[in-house]
Design a protein around this ligand. Sequence first.
Ligand code: TYD
Ligand code: MG
Length: 474
Amino acid sequence: MPKTHTRYVCQQCGRISAAYMGKCPQCGSFNSMVEEIVPDGSSGAKAAPRGLSGRSTPRRLGEVSGEAEDRIPVPMEEFARVLGGGIVPGSIVLVGDDPGIGKSTLMLQMTLLMADRLRVLYVSGEESERQIKMRASRILPQGEKKPAFPENLFLVTETNLDTIYEHIAEIKPDLLVIDSIQTVYMPELESAAGSVSQVRESASRLRELAKNGGPAVFVIGHVTKEGTIAGPRVLEHIVDTVLYLEGDRFQAYRLLRSVKNRFGATAEVGVFEMLEHGLAEVSNPSEAFLAERMVNAAGSAIAVTMEGTRPLLVEIQGLTSAAQFGNARRTPNGVDYNRLLMIAAVLTRRVRLNLAEADIFVNVVGGLKIDEPAADLAIAAAIASSMRDAPVRADTVLIGEIGLAGELRMPSQMPVRLREAAKLGFKTAIVPKRLRKGEPWPGDIEVIEARAVQQALELAFGIQRELPQGRKVA
Ligand code: TYD
Ligand code: MG
């Protein structure tokens, strides 16, 4: 029998320790250390990654072939964009988020499309083959008496990684989907499926498989309560690309966001809508997000955020109401809590809005999460609009980051944002004052510059509507 030793692994950050500790010294979580028994000689985490294909040879930079990677085209434009143009052969992609958001649906839909040209193996440790088939019948175009399932899509319910490898050797897929990494285990490790060691080791092995001429691999990963994939961040380092499918389970929109991509831009976003028959691509998301907007209602403002390379217009709603028992609450939905506190404080101190005794609710319509400071001004306008019970001008977008002194700061990529707003029929944009003269603003929208929040809000409520066309406020 091989000798074994015991070690303790933090399920949050993957820190390994010889003795049990109540608090992880690396990430500070409590009671996160779990005992694991490992064979001697296996350190769990490999010290250094092995060469990607056998022995490595250093080459002059000029001799390295520099052609763009051949990508396998994906016939879903929103998905392809997030990947950076298609699937890179030999890459490993992690698709993560909360259970029930639609990861399995997205992956199955993608594989159904890809199986036209490629051999695909879909390994599920979560659902039976029958369940997957039922989902596939739901997704496939209806109307025909019997949906035509692709020849080259193979399903298997399996969790033992050794057995999965046997299936791979037999079927020789070009594309492999593992649903989910938390259900897969390597029998030689003593710890349970879903533990940090299992997740990390299984992912490393799948990565080696991909890098050594194997299939492109997609692994699905669930996010823990704390918001990290599978507990350890380590998983994010193993894979080439990390995609999060985000959205509100009670709303239809889903955003596929790349938070890491070795083969493309990060923060790129694909927008989908969950329908009866699977996920539909939303190719004009700004229009979709603004579709249910009530024009001329108080407590609404339009922000223009950049999601990757794409500008997105979103409606921000604000509501203020008298707080109970002098205990004012701030409730953001889709906006960072601390950002909301800061904006509320600036509105109180610099704009003299009496928010101290008001509950504030902020909501980003469509279930989108915004973390861009460029949306500050629209958030402030939505709150102020509700407080004053006065609507923001309906044809106006607000773009700008708010500083603590109540000053406005210029976000990046303004021309792209302004053009998108103009394309959707907005007539006016209220933006921060430029410190230096630069390129002229795009011509198809009236741009009004404001130095401070106070001034921007007055403009937004149309108080200075008599300003002559095109004149910039000094
Ligand atoms: P699923 O892909 O199982 O989520 P995950 O793998 O992330 O846990 O998606 C589950 C949800 O999607 C479920 O609430 C039902 C819904 N759904 C639809 O609305 N339409 C569909 O066509 C499908 C397949 C699922
Ligand atoms: Mg699933």
